[in-house]
Design a protein around this ligand. Structure first.
Ligand SMILES: Cc1cc2nc3c(=O)[nH]c(=O)nc-3n(C[C@H](O)[C@H](O)[C@H](O)COP(=O)(O)OP(=O)(O)OC[C@H]3O[C@@H](n4cnc5c(N)ncnc54)[C@H](O)[C@@H]3O)c2cc1C
Length: 273
């Protein structure tokens, strides 16, 4: 039996922009296993699958074996309570191997979905009473959407914040859902920040700069009314590895420490490449 095969179906590709999409996948004849919010799944398509028009062409050595599946990890954005589909938030890497093929998918097309969800980037190991700050760039907000959809409900007894950075306001996927959640759930705070405000069509009245700047400017502390510290908060960083490294060094200056199973700390990392 091949290690990868078509075993799932695209139910809903929704383009947020021409280079970002929300993709829903349903299994074909098997049940989704249990998974924890924050974990990722493997998606795959064979080299013979067509590439989206917007992507670069493959030449020479780049042309893949038509029969071999190209597989990559994607954070799950849907609630782990949903058992009928998985949702993903994906950026097109124009020169990439898999994303140009994902961006050519239509409803009903077949795809490979790994049958096991993995990853340690979850809220499982953090103390019940700890406040939570979820910081991400671009599609790095995906695991946070799963956490929020699964765990957040009115009556929250601690602070829970999402800081989402992107170049433009239109690149801030899930913005309306996060804004609505902020209005419905006391204690939940959503802080979008964009790095190219001069390119906005309608002037941007929100924060500008990079995710790590929100910490340096004390914006979470200002909103919460108290300083997040290693004693009262856990912080998650996801997406662009440059942002993850820069934010980690800023946090380390304030006493936070990178978390690992062997050496527990308060900063949890997921680098997308
Ligand atoms: C645990 C985990 C979870 C992930 N979850 C997501 C997710 O939810 N959504 C998502 O879009 N990606 C996610 N990724 C990245 C994803 O696995 C692929 O690397 C990405 O989609 C590119 O695949 P590709 O085959 O098109 O590019 P490849 O041919 O593999 O080229 C990879 C190169 O493209 C660049 N690159 C990779 N990812 C990005 C990106 N997001 N933005 C800009 N440049 C990039 C880097 O330079 C990288 O070296 C995740 C990665 C990991 C490890």
């Amino acid at each position: 039996m091949p290690s990868r095969e078509y075993n799932a179906v695209v139910s809903e590709p929704v383009f947020v922009t021409s280079e970002t999409m929300i993709l829903r996948i349903t299994t074909d004849g098997w049940d989704l296993p249990d998974y924890k919010p924050g974990q990722f799944a493997i998606l795959g398509l064979p080299g013979s699958a067509p590439r989206a028009e917007l992507s670069d062409s493959e030449v020479g050595d780049e042309v893949p074996d038509p029969d071999k599946f190209i597989a990559r990890a994607y954070s799950i954005a849907s609630s782990s309570r949903h058992k009928d589909y998985l949702e993903f938030y994906i950026t097109l890497v124009r020169s990439g191997s898999l994303t140009p093929r994902l961006f050519a998918l239509k409803r009903g097309d077949k795809i490979h979905l790994g049958s096991k969800m993995s990853g340690m980037f979850t809220l499982n190991d953090i103390p019940e009473e700890s406040n939570v700050i979820l910081m991400g760039t671009g599609t790095g907000v995906a695991p946070y959407i799963s956490m929020i959809r699964t765990y957040l409900a009115p009556g929250l007894s601690k602070k829970f914040s999402v800081v989402h950075g992107a170049r433009h306001s239109w690149d801030l996927g899930y913005r309306s859902e996060l804004t609505t959640t902020m209005h419905m759930v006391e204690g939940f705070y959503y802080l979008p920040i964009i790095s190219r405000p001069t390119e906005e069509i309608i002037p941007w009245g929100g924060e500008t700069g990079y995710v790590q700047n929100t910490w340096e400017r004390g914006l979470i502390a200002e909103e919460w009314g108290f300083q997040p510290t290693p004693e009262n908060s856990h912080i998650f960083l996801c997406g662009n590895p440059g942002m993850v490294e820069d934010t980690l060094s800023v946090l380390e200056k304030d006493g936070f420490k990178e978390h690992s199973k062997k050496d527990p700390g308060q900063v949890h990392l997921e680098r997308y490449w």
